[in-house]
Design a protein around this ligand. Sequence first.
Ligand code: BV8
Ligand code: ZN
Length: 248
Amino acid sequence: MTIDKDVIKIISNARSVVFFTGAGISAESGIPTFRGKDGIWNKLRPEELANFDAFMRNPKLVWEWYKHRMEIVHKSEPNAGHLAIAEMQNMFDKVTVVTQNIDNLHIRAGSKTVYELHGNIERNYCVKCKQFFNKDFDISKGAPMCKCGGLIRPDVVWFGEYLPEDQFTAGDNAARQCDLFFIVGTSGVVYPAASLIFTAKNNGATLIEINIEPTEVCSSVNYSLYGKSGSILPELIKLIKDFRDNKD
Ligand code: BV8
Ligand code: ZN
């Protein structure tokens, strides 16, 4: 794909950059997206699984779903897109990752400033005493229980639940202060996460979308780069370096 020289110039001159990412950036690591043709929601209805009432009604079923996804995540590696974002930390004054993903791949790729708006599948906590657990539970005998008698749940944000305030506030601040906001591999339909796109726009940032197809937000962005994030992001690194080396 050819990327417009104006786009490269804007990116190369940026100072503070935010990468707002969704399930699409992990697709090339073998982790299924939510709403694509092979998306996980197509097989399962979120109402049945990704919400607290469903969990309390049938904790074992919800745990089986997360356990299955944890196995996929544990077998996955960060892909070229995650690694390129980590490498770009050394190419700008400030790089912040604000992700909707729960797969831990940005952190495993070496990104230092990562805000996880929807939690992390590697963490769990007790619904009663809120104690955190980082272990891999055996659920063959049912959902894990805490010593206090409470049910242990995955530390992910379900529908109808508030996002972790510290993560969302930090992501919001980054969106307000950046001059370049990348939207990578997200359909942009889940709120309040997707509201950060408009926060960045209203604060004067340039919005660049990287996706394999047009999305709900493409009419709001300044540029859309269509293709796989695992190809486009490494390509951007090359083009930025060329631009900066040949700048008069
Ligand atoms: C909230 C759980 C306040 C973890 C997820 C009624 C009551 C309450 C709230 C609502 C309501 N009605 C609507 C809402 C708001 C609701 C919402 O936004 N619903 C949507 C669906 C309409 N939001 C909430 O409920 C949030 N909480 O509002 O609380 C509140 C509280 C009480 C009462 C009132 C209000 C909580 C939202 C979080 C839900 N949890 N996941 C888990 O199991 O994973 S959402 C789920 O969607 C994931 O977190 C995911 O990250 C997120 C967004 O999806 P995407 O990442 O964008 O993935 P998707 O598959 O959609 O798109 C992938 C994209 O990648 C595609 O565009 C594809 O083209 C592209 N792609 C694919 N391959 C590639 C690629 N791009 C580049 N390269 C590739 N190779
Ligand atoms: Zn407990």
